[in-house]
Design a protein around this ligand. Structure first.
Ligand code: MG
Length: 202
């Protein structure tokens, strides 16, 4: 038996995973003038520097700060985080959000993580650069790290880096759930899931 625990690091998405920030991406897109359905950062990438892009960034910034101020952790998240801290498991946040709104959200709930990687730090998910950066800073092999997130991009980033991925799906299960190794419906079940992941029980 391997005496090392198999999960030594957990990379969390923030919005929709740790906290419900009630971000209305459709309203944000509409106000920014982006087409329906296009991911916001990717939509922005095609806008040249100038007044219009600045206006769009302001809209995004305003929504994100409001999201931070209205954020509420999902049930069971705070207990799970204290459990993993007690277990000596490293924790990180990897988000497509800005550093300012990320820090504001985490501060509001007194949450601390050994790594916080925002869109200012690495190309955003689904690019695996962020998860790889965290693994490198931790000095942990990818098989000892899991990713937990509520969206396809979280799963894709983790998978591309060779990590096991958990989809947090508190409501309906989306079609991209098939990309996930595990599905978590409720953070109050997360310790049980962690035991399963650590022992390799399926
Ligand atoms: Mg999310």
């Amino acid at each position: 038996m391997d005496s090392m625990p198999q999960v030594r690091g957990i990379i969390f998405d923030m919005d929709g995973t740790l906290v419900d920030s009630r971000l209305d991406f459709d309203a944000m897109r509409h106000e920014m003038g982006l087409p329906t359905g296009i991911p916001i950062l990717e939509g922005l990438a095609s806008i040249p520097d100038g007044a219009e892009r600045d206006r769009m960034l302001d809209v995004m910034h305003r929504h994100e700060l409001r999201g931070a101020d209205e954020s509420v952790p999902f049930e069971g998240v705070l207990d799970f985080l204290s459990h993993v801290n007690d277990a000596g498991i490293s924790t990180a946040v990897l988000t497509r959000n800005s550093r300012e709104s990320t820090e504001r959200t985490l501060k509001r709930w007194g949450l601390s993580f050994s790594q916080i990687v925002t869109r200012e730090d690495a190309p955003p998910k689904p690019d695996p650069a962020g998860v790889r950066l965290i693994a490198e800073r931790w000095g942990l092999p990818v098989h000892q790290i899991i990713v937990i997130g509520d969206y396809l991009f979280d799963l894709q980033a983790g998978k591309r880096a060779g990590m096991r991925c958990v989809l947090f799906a508190p409501n309906e299960i989306p079609t991209y759930a098939r990309e996930a190794d595990f599905i978590l419906r409720d953070f109050r079940e997360a310790v049980k899931l962690l035991v399963k992941l650590a022992t390799g029980d399926e």
